[in-house]
Design a protein around this ligand. Structure first.
Ligand code: DX5
Ligand code: ZN
Length: 233
């Protein structure tokens, strides 16, 4: 994985066909996805359950781009190695998942995976201030985590603050939740470069008829890129 700040679209398979994840991952990649976003939920940190490391390991051969694993679990530390062994490229843990986020991020780094830190809507940018040299990605939640298809919460002010704090460090800003061609532009302008999109990508197609996935990915990308400084709207 090389670092750049170009706009990257990461479809979240939370909105895909759970009976056919392999085909769904292949389909979104063929249709232009830059990363594949994998949401792990424990029914404790968030009020919903998805799947664990065995499912992530089963998905690995079907993901050729970047497997971006978003852990919405607490405690998180005891499971980090299992998700790394499952083949995650990036492991993101929540600042709210425990009292020792610094240790959690060190533990992710020790596995060799890229390190992500996620912030719930109620958590301020300052939560990341002393962690900036430990991370490769900050995920700004634009919904309260737990479910796909929720309404977007504008976090552009937080993204702008994080972008300023990050400075020249090679750290991505990801936004996650409620991302559409309508909500993406302001976030891209504020400094987000990785856009997670679940329902807005997967609702318009299927693995058998994937053209709708491509159209949705292109629509989000174009809307975000057009909003960047120096672009003509
Ligand atoms: C929310 C998840 C998101 C979610 C996004 O808890 O972390 O990744 O799947 O889905 P949409 O795009 O439908 O809001
Ligand atoms: Zn997510």
């Amino acid at each position: 994985m090389t670092f750049d700040r170009s706009i990257k679209i990461a479809p979240s398979i939370l909105a895909a066909d759970f009976a056919d994840f392999g085909a769904e991952c292949r389909a979104v990649e063929a249709e232009g996805a830059d990363w594949v976003h994998v949401d792990v939920m424990d029914g404790h940190f968030v009020p919903n359950l998805t799947f664990g490391p065995q499912m992530v390991a089963a998905l690995r051969p079907h993901v050729c781009t970047v497997m971006d694993v978003h852990l919405m679990i607490a405690p998180v530390d005891p499971y980090i190695e299992a998700f790394a062994r499952a083949g995650a490229d990036i492991i993101t843990a929540h600042a709210e998942a425990g009292p020792h986020t610094h240790r959690t991020l060190q533990a992710i780094r020790a596995t060799g995976c890229k390190v992500g830190l996620a912030l719930n809507p109620a958590t301020g940018a300052e939560a990341a201030e002393h962690l900036l040299d430990l991370v490769d990605l900050i995920c700004v939640m634009t919904v309260n985590p737990g479910f796909g298809g929720q309404g977007f919460i504008d976090m552009s002010d937080k993204v702008r603050r994080l972008r300023a704090m990050i400075g020249d460090r090679p750290v991505h800003i990801q936004i996650d939740g409620g991302i559409t061609p309508q909500t993406a532009p302001a976030m891209a302008r504020a400094g987000a470069d990785v856009l997670v999109a679940g329902s807005s990508v997967f609702k318009g197609g299927s693995a058998a008829e994937p053209a709708g996935y491509g159209a949705a990915i292109r629509a989000i990308r174009n809307a975000a890129e057009t909003a960047l400084p120096g672009r003509i709207a």
